[in-house]
Write a new protein. Sequence first.
Length: 153
Amino acid sequence: MCDADPVAVDAAQIRATLASHDAVVFPGFVGVDLTGVPSLLGRGGSDLTALFLGDALGAAEVRLVKDVDGIFPVDPRCRGPGPHLSDGPGARPAEGQTPCSQLTWAQARTIGGGVVQSKAIDFAERRKLDFRVTGLTGQGTRVGRPSRWAAAR
């Protein structure tokens, strides 16, 4: 099956494994259905996997680590006004271009430019799950409820 939705995970087993290991690695976009048949979560399904696991485990924060430092107002791989062409994988933001510091789920869905899977954003909004989109360094972009960010300051 393609474009499936996650429905269950054994959170107790994950917690037990984490108690005796430094890290647990999960496949990003594949699972199995109730009959054991492999199922795909669609393009960008690793975002959905991370948010689903974070929600199931009650994580204080879920970080989606990307090849850019957050969600930008325009695609950071594009240069100049008018129609934009990608500079290719690994392109860095134009000088002075910074990611949005915070966005609601609706804003992330609108300007996210494919950085985060739409299904993952929908899941996070349904579950009222705030998350952060970031590169390996930096603060990135917080996505979720603005009222929660004000309380965290």
